[in-house]
Design a protein around this ligand. Structure first.
Ligand SMILES: [Zn+2]
Length: 191
């Protein structure tokens, strides 16, 4: 148990400074001059205070973000204009292909959402792995290499990556990525 309660050194009377009734705990990890019951109560008070502060902070942070986004969205500088100064539609063409980055982003997002510790573009020696998932001890448990299509899967690269001692799989489709993330949690638990 951890506490940031007001510190008071145990005085010679050895009575708890908070309730002034019970004796100060002998627990060496508690240096607050309080009894066990008061220690627990102080911890709970502190936790409640922390939670309240966190909530206020979080609300403030989110409000700042919203303000920034609205300001950025409204900014007129981005407006492409024609020769007559009239607003033109955007020049961005709709993408025709799924880039590798979208497959990686999807895997990262879905695994993150499930509470897995996934990372993109993990570098090790001369290798740069697209996705690596780590366990609670920060040990790599799987490497995922993504390609835009099945035909582009580089089998030689996969076997080179396996020399790390970590299993390596390839994913080359958004649908495959979604199903992988579903399947992965089960594999992770049973491995
Ligand atoms: Zn007490």
């Amino acid at each position: 148990m951890h506490i940031h309660a007001p510190l008071k050194l145990a005085y010679s009377g050895k009575k708890c400074w908070r309730c002034r009734v019970r004796r100060v705990t002998k627990d060496a990890s508690i240096h607050y001059g309080v009894c066990k019951g008061c220690y627990k109560a102080l911890c709970e008070e502190q936790n409640a205070e922390d939670a309240k502060l966190w909530k206020i902070n979080d609300r403030h942070r989110k409000k700042e973000w919203r303000k920034k986004w609205v300001k950025q969205i409204k900014t007129e500088e981005r407006q492409p204009i024609d020769l007559f100064g009239n607003a033109k539609p955007s020049q961005i063409k709709y993408p025709r292909k799924t880039p590798e980055a979208e497959i990686q982003a999807l895997i990262f997002g879905l695994l993150f959402h499930k509470g897995h510790d996934a990372h993109l573009e993990v570098c090790e020696a001369a290798c740069r792995f697209d996705v690596v998932v780590f366990d609670d001890d920060k040990k790599a448990v799987i490497i995922v290499e993504t390609k835009r299509s099945r035909e582009l899967v580089d089998w030689e690269q996969l076997s080179r990556y396996r020399k790390t001692g970590v299993p390596v799989i390839s994913i080359s489709d958004l649908g495959e990525a979604v199903y992988f993330c579903k399947w992965f949690s089960k594999w992770f638990r049973e491995r």
